[in-house]
Design a protein around this ligand. Structure first.
Ligand code: AMP
Length: 285
């Protein structure tokens, strides 16, 4: 496995690999790698791509300084995991190179309006500006590629697809299914910060989604059901919504069809998100 830390070496490596006819499968991560990240490496490998994984804890996407401070960092374990899961090139850029102006504001920010303003965007001001800005830079450094993202961060994929479309970036966005623990909890680097009690209560996210999936109803009935499941587990709910799977606009009760249920809430001081496809029925009469 090749390891790269400078932007210059990263760009040169990607260019050389493309010149050899390889398609680059870019997998952006913030490290603390787990089986969810590994599924993205494997998805890229299964397509025959050259797997280029990045690890960068991007401070610009954290709206909460404590969350940034507490974010897990496990560089040695990450290197081993990347190697084991067939990563061809592991890129770990420095903060100084990625954001030379940090902690001062970087003058250039990519803002994705609309889909980036709602849900996570509303609850975490500036979060998607940080995400879109860093992902635009990862795309610029990598060049033409396929980029793999997990549906765990469903809204993030919608924001990135919008950015790729609007800026005509030479990137094919590939979305990959959520990897869960045996008890249903979606894997997340932040799960490491859950106490045993909070970890048990956090399973309410997947339980809420499962019950919404198994009992098609109107959008507002599903919202109420899911919120109750979370609240009963002592979760401080940020949102429990049922939305259009592309625009992420809240569904109305006179609509029927395939939608996405999106949940966010704080449990034991840790903010978690989860989502799943659901079917909504139209209200009668
Ligand atoms: P992160 O390191 O949390 O920024 O995540 C890096 C990538 O891994 C993102 O595309 C995430 O959506 C994806 N990811 C994180 N957790 C999971 C999971 N449980 N299943 C699938 N993909 C995931």
């Amino acid at each position: 496995m090749q390891r790269v830390s400078t932007l210059e070496a990263w760009r040169a490596y990607a260019k050389a690999q493309r010149a050899h006819g390889r398609v680059i499968g870019l997998v952006p991560t913030m490290g603390a790698l787990h089986a969810g990240h590994a599924s993205l490496f494997e998805a890229a490998r299964a397509k025959g791509d050259l797997v280029l994984a990045t690890i960068f804890v991007n401070p610009r996407q954290f709206n909460d300084a404590n969350d940034l401070r507490a974010y897990p960092r496990t560089p040695e374990l990450d290197q081993r995991a990347a190697l084991e899961h067939g990563v061809d090139c592991l890129v770990e850029p420095t903060l100084e190179e990625m954001w030379p102006d940090y902690p001062n504001d970087t003058a250039t920010t990519v803002v994705v309006r609309g889909v980036g303003d709602i849900l996570e965007g509303a609850g975490r001001p500036g979060h998607f500006d940080g995400v879109a800005s860093v992902v635009a830079k990862l795309f610029a450094l990598t060049g033409e590629c396929r980029a793999y993202f997990g549906e765990k961060d469903y809204q993030q994929i919608a924001v990135i697809r919008q950015m790729v479309r609007d800026l005509a970036l030479d990137v094919e966005v590939v979305s990959c299914p959520i990897v869960r623990d045996a008890d249903g909890l979606a894997l997340s680097s932040r799960n490491a910060r859950l106490s045993d009690d909070a970890r048990t209560r956090a399973t309410a996210f997947s339980r809420a989604l499962q019950s919404a999936q198994s009992a098609p109803a109107t959008a507002s009935t599903l919202r109420t059901m899911m919120r109750e499941t979370l609240e009963n587990a002592g979760i401080d709910v940020a949102y429990a919504d049922v939305v259009d799977p592309v625009t992420l606009v809240s569904s109305k009760d006179d609509e029927a069809g395939e939608r996405r249920a999106l949940l966010a809430g704080v449990v034991g001081g840790v903010r978690l998100i989860d989502n799943a496809p659901v079917v909504v029925r139209a209200r009668r009469g």
